[in-house]
Design a protein around this ligand. Structure first.
Ligand code: EPZ
Length: 417
């Protein structure tokens, strides 16, 4: 079981490139199932969640190659079949294959997603949307079987919540459905726009992505195409917080600043100087960050829930007390107890976390509870006195490509053992 060993105190400086967005490439890989021929996905991050998706594609009979940040998928030998439980359980976001496999094969069976580190992860909104398109749903023995014997037909879908995954599944099922689909209260995340862009390159007709109403005109078939994935805005926030907590000064390249407006205003309020020039975000942090006014996580373009743990860790060493309200996931704060082992002074009551900034953090052994919670421990350890050992880093590998190499490039004393 590998661990990360971090000796805190180094000021982070220099330049790194931000990898492609995990939450964009996962639905795009699922979308390749709908396409004839070969798709080539560039800027594909080397992550365990991506490998898990490639394994599902291989199980479905696709020819896949994944190296040097490029995934090549050929679906000519795709055979529609059930995705086995072990592969479905490998990651929560495998539910995203539902819409694509149903659209391609006319039926899909997945194991009902268990909970995950962030609490129960229901898929009721996904199922409701697919039923509106004509899917027949049967649940038995912990499995959910969807079928569309007469194919899928366009419909008006009203999402009760602007769920990212449900929006993506609805779009993926609608692109080859007969007729027009309108998705109201759609999620507006940049990853939805990236998926729509890929689908349209393949011949789909998806309009309105990035707004809360998406219209899809069904087409007969889609052909594989080549696409470059957008940068990972949450990974970008992670490295920004790492530089900021160490009072550093660094450039992050391959960033799209328009995806980070809510996050950047928090960093500026904390005292960081941010400049954007030729595709690089330059962050200069003060010796000590200031507290910020209450942060409330919400759907895009508001402050993202995934950035919460990263910014909370950064603020644990700020001057003053900050407050965070987590409005998306029930147990997003599981990592806080581990953060407190490093000396962070945080009180959690329900959705609210009160972060009383302390002038010093001290190293301790700790373990990752989930992906972004694990990244929060790394951020705090970079500014803690002494050497911190972080275990269970498989969570971090799900969403961060070579986090140790990238932080070492910025001058951190970090190694994986
Ligand atoms: C996506 O998850 C991301 N994952 C998450 O990132 C991210 O935190 C989340 O969107 C919010 O931005 C991927 O894109 C692979 P949701 P998703 O559906 O689609 C409830 C990370 O760290 N809900 O918008 O699962 C749900 O329980 C991950 O990279 C229902 O009730 O998020 C949650 O409380 C973590 N019923 C809320 O909505 C449903 O059918 C947000 O879920 C679906 C969701």
């Amino acid at each position: 079981m590998s661990k990360l060993v971090i000796t805190g105190g180094n000021r982070l400086t220099g330049e790194i490139k931000i990898h492609g967005a995990k939450n964009s490439v996962l639905p795009i890989l699922a979308a390749t199932v709908l396409c004839e021929g070969t798709s080539v996905i560039h800027n594909c991050p080397m992550l365990s969640d991506v490998t898990a998706s490639i394994n599902i594609l291989k199980f479905l009979g696709c020819q896949c190659d994944f190296k040097n940040n490029t995934a090549t998928i050929n679906t000519n030998t795709l055979k529609c079949s059930q995705i086995p439980e072990r592969l479905m359980r490998e990651m929560r976001s495998s539910v995203i294959f539902l819409g694509a496999v149903l659209g391609k094969c006319g039926n899909a069976v997945i194991s009902s997603p268990g909970g995950c580190e962030l609490g129960p992860r229901p898929i009721d909104l996904h199922i409701a949307a697919l039923k509106k398109l004509g899917a027949v749903v049967k649940e038995k023995y912990g499995q959910i079987e969807l079928s569309a014997p007469n194919g899928l037909n366009g419909a008006e879908i009203n999402l009760a919540f602007a769920s990212v995954g449900a929006t993506e599944n609805a779009v993926l099922a609608a692109v080859t459905a007969k007729g027009v689909t309108v998705i109201n209260n759609a999620a507006r995340e940049p990853e939805i726009c990236d998926l729509a862009e890929f689908l349209n390159l393949c011949g789909a007709r998806v309009y309105g992505s990035g707004t809360d109403t998406i219209t899809v005109f069904g087409v007969e078939n889609l052909n594989g195409s080549t696409h470059t994935v957008i940068p990972d805005r949450i990974a970008a926030t992670t490295y920004m917080a790492a530089v900021a907590i160490t009072g550093g000064d660094a450039a992050l390249s391959g960033i799209n600043p328009s995806h980070l407006t809510a996050v950047c205003s928090v960093f500026e309020e904390a005292g960081c100087g941010l400049k954007y020039s030729n595709n690089k975000l330059i962050l200069s942090a003060p010796k000590r960050l200031s507290r910020v006014s209450t942060i409330r996580t919400t759907v895009y373009p508001g402050f993202p829930t995934d950035a919460g743990p990263l910014v909370l860790a950064m603020l644990s060493k700020a001057n003053g007390t900050s407050v965070m309200v987590e409005n998306i996931f029930e147990n997003r704060y599981r990592y806080v107890d581990e953060l407190k082992r490093l000396g962070a002074k945080i009180r959690v009551e329900g959705k609210v976390a009160v972060i009383e900034g302390t002038s010093s953090l001290s190293a301790a052994g700790c373990k990752c509870t989930d992906l972004r919670g694990g990244a929060a421990l790394v951020i705090a350890a970079l500014a803690a006195k002494g050497t911190t050992v972080i275990s269970d880093i498989k969570h971090i590998k799900r969403g961060y490509e070579c986090i140790d190499k990238r932080l070492s490039l910025l001058g951190a004393d970090i190694k994986e053992i």
